[in-house]
Design a protein around this ligand. Structure first.
Ligand SMILES: [Zn+2]
Length: 326
């Protein structure tokens, strides 16, 4: 069935890795230690082509490159990390927002297994980032880890006893929708006061715009970066906005520490590029709100930095969920 002859080798040192985002799909070949060989990048949505076909196209392109250099070498499988909610057992997309229209319901695992004759693993983008942390980042040697990805939204992952928590079907660890204020701002999920409203890039910019509107100084183009830059230079209004962000992150992190007793909390995503002063404020706000004995051992650290970190984690699923170890 596969257009390109590709051999499955359960002992292979390489797997295909695909990171499916709202805009771009990155595919490559990744080793079990997280090294990358060959990459391609395609727009996720183009010309009304179903996203599953774009993913197949990306996989074919890297397989072709791999075959040129390493012809005859088998591969361990295909790991996909994707935007949207993933039914982990089924390897299908349970729900996808308007960011990728028509993607919900796609049986990705079945389609790719049929097409390439390789085992396929599918998980959400933040869960696979946690695998990158486990192999290359702050999660090395750690058994109890939480990840917060502060981007357009807020994503989360929970690793307990060295295993990612998936819940009943794969929807666990939506940490962005932990409510930190039951009288707070309404959220797209139906709740109010969700962490995402305060700590996502979208939420930070929106709250700043609202404050400026109230003062009669509207700046409709205000973005997250400007808020963070102004905060760094001591602007009072930006500081008000960011104080809420840190309080929300501290409240969420404290609740998570009380629930999971983690060793490490990894904070990544574009907003966390604000760096060490940003992390230091999260530590302070978390410490204030945590039971001291539980806070004592926790390290709050930046995420592994590097292009392709989502794609690497996607590929690492091939070893994380090795059927030979079941
Ligand atoms: Zn929410």
């Amino acid at each position: 069935m596969a257009r390109i002859g590709v051999k499955h080798d359960p002992d292979a040192e390489y797997a295909v890795a695909v990171d499916v985002g709202g805009t771009k799909t990155n595919a490559g070949i990744v080793s079990r230690s997280g090294e990358i060989v060959h990459t391609v990048s395609l727009p996720t949505q183009a010309g009304g082509v179903p996203v599953a076909d774009r993913i197949s196209e990306a996989v074919e392109a890297v397989l072709m490159e791999f075959a040129k250099v390493h012809g005859g070498i088998g591969l361990k499988g295909i790991g996909i990390g994707t935007a949207g909610q993933v039914d982990w057992a089924e390897g299908s997309i349970r729900y996808s927002s308007d960011l990728i229209p028509g993607y919900g319901g796609t049986p990705l695992k079945r389609l790719l297994q049929e097409r390439f004759g390789l085992p396929v693993w599918v998980d959400n983008d933040v869960n696979v980032l946690a695998l990158t942390e486990k192999t290359l980042g702050a999660g090395r040697g750690v058994r109890q880890m939480l990840c917060l990805a502060l981007g357009t939204g807020v994503g989360g992952a929970v690793m307990i006893d060295g295993q990612l928590l998936h819940g009943a079907w794969g929807g666990a660890a939506e940490l962005g929708h932990l409510s930190v204020d039951f009288n707070g701002l309404p959220c797209v999920c139906g709740s109010v006061g969700c962490l995402e409203q305060y700590a996502s890039g979208t939420g930070i910019a929106k709250r700043m715009r609202a404050k400026l509107d109230t003062l009669g100084r509207p700046e409709p183009l205000m973005d997250t970066w400007t808020v963070i830059a102004r905060w760094q230079t001591g602007d009072g209004l930006a500081a008000e906005v960011m104080d809420e962000t840190f309080a929300a992150l501290g409240a969420a992190a404290a609740s998570l520490i009380h629930t999971f007793n983690p060793e490490v909390i990894v904070v990544g995503g574009g907003v966390a590029d604000a760096g060490e002063p940003f992390l230091e404020r999260i530590r302070l706000e978390t410490a204030k709100r945590s039971i001291p004995s539980l806070y004592a051992g926790v390290r709050i650290v930046p995420a592994y930095r590097g292009n392709w970190s989502g794609m690497i984690g996607a590929g690492l699923q091939a070893w994380e969920y090795d059927p030979k170890q079941d």
